[in-house]
Design a protein around this ligand. Structure first.
Ligand code: SF4
Length: 387
């Protein structure tokens, strides 16, 4: 087994964190069926810290895995059909799929083509990935993805490089060769140094042939009952509790779920209204959906503070008026330690646990110098107002 430090853990190559290994599961075609999801609940309790984490990029991960349990966990994931047998393909299978994909539609065809072509695609920086947003609406406008398959307003299929406004019209048959061509341009013009497409196109001039047509207006799902998606549930802090999931599945007779970016789930079930479960957010605008917090104490041994109830209280009090996954206004992050696993970047307000108290960082990352130190949780609301 190899253990990789960084921010893209997989199942084969887990990341070592303060609480053990983080093992990420990338759902095939963006979906887990009922047996896979219930199986993952059991594995979280058997091998992990008892929670399943839903990441902001629609992956699932188990935390707190002991190194000696990794091989047994891989075998169990393989038994559930949740493991790429080839570790190099797992690393490349970084795909976000429109949440309304259905068997035989365009999204499904493109997904199949891309999966089949993955071994032939050029080797790219590990975090680079694909977005297939070709469903009834443009759902994934805010999701980061370097190679974007989208539709123009007239239904023309486009391949768009992330970071530019326009894309290149392609036919279904041209998609894979066009991705290879764009990837070759990226590599050939020094893109590896930038690491991501959007950063690279800001420096290198993308040829005009790749910038011919605009995609449809971009959209984003919200928690609630959607006319096309049915039940969409928010998961505060991405913390999925196995008991709540089992209860949800029993309550609504769910056959599958689809993780969505932004820590949401689409539940596939006969009666969407039956999926509105108290353990999840079922309406837009919940402040805790806009805050980030890692598991904290007692789940992670690196934490000396409890994180999520404080984040929930502060989010409700302040309205957490912003998106914790963006770098724009009002984002809130409560981190158990300076590592910042839940949101390893800047937030407007970051509270970092240290020796049972909190340091407050304004407009920085958890490892940046704090403006106030040693705060008791009861002092934090006043400190936020006066800082
Ligand atoms: S940020 Fe949180 S989850 Fe990550 S090591 Fe620190 S306490 Fe643990």
């Amino acid at each position: 087994m190899s253990v990789v430090k960084g921010w893209c853990p997989g199942a084969h190559r887990p990341m070592l964190s303060g609480d053990g290994l983080v093992v990420r599961v990338r759902p095939f075609r963006g979906e887990l069926d009922r047996a896979q999801m219930l199986g993952l609940c059991d594995l979280a309790e058997r091998f992990g810290n008892g929670l399943i984490e839903l990441t902001s990029r629609a992956n699932l991960q188990l935390r707190g895995i002991a190194q000696e349990d990794h091989v047994a966990l891989l075998a169990a994931l393989e038994g559930l059909g949740l493991l790429d047998l080839d570790p190099s393909l797992e690393a490349r299978r970084n795909m976000l799929v429109a949440p309304d994909r259905s068997a035989g539609d365009l999204t499904d065809h493109l997904c199949a083509r891309l999966l089949e072509a993955l071994p032939r695609l050029p080797e790219l920086p590990e975090k680079m990935g694909y977005v297939i947003d070709t469903g009834a609406r443009a759902w994934l406008g805010e999701a980061i993805g370097d190679f974007r398959l989208e539709l123009a307003g007239d239904g023309t299929l486009l391949l768009r490089a992330d970071g530019v406004a326009l894309g290149r019209p392609v036919t279904e048959a041209e998609v894979v060769p066009a991705i290879i061509e764009l990837a070759d341009w990226f590599v050939g013009t020094g893109g590896r140094d930038s690491g991501r497409m959007a950063r690279h196109v800001a420096k290198a001039e993308l040829p005009e042939m790749w910038q011919r047509a605009a995609p449809r207006a971009q959209g984003w799902p919200e928690p609630g009952i959607d006319p096309e998606l049915g039940a969409v549930l928010g998961v505060p802090f991405g913390a999925l509790e196995p008991e709540a999931l089992r209860g949800l599945f029993a309550q609504c007779g769910a056959t599958a779920l689809r993780p969505l970016p932004g820590r949401m789930l689409r539940i596939l079930c006969p009666q969407p209204e039956a999926a509105l479960h108290p353990g999840f957010v079922g309406a837009p605008g919940a402040p805790e959906m806009r805050a980030s917090a890692c598991p904290g104490a007692p789940f992670c041994p690196a934490a000396s503070v409890e994180t999520r109830s404080l984040a929930r209280t502060l989010a409700r009090r302040t309205g957490a008026a912003g998106d914790a996954n963006s770098n724009t206004g009002g984002s809130l992050h409560v981190s158990g330690c300076a590592k910042g696993c839940a949101h390893p970047r800047r937030a407007d307000l970051t509270l970092v646990g240290r020796d049972g108290r909190f340091d407050l960082v304004r407009g920085g990352a958890p490892w940046d110098p704090p403006s106030l130190t040693g705060l008791d949780p009861s002092q934090i609301p006043d400190a936020i107002r006066s800082a």
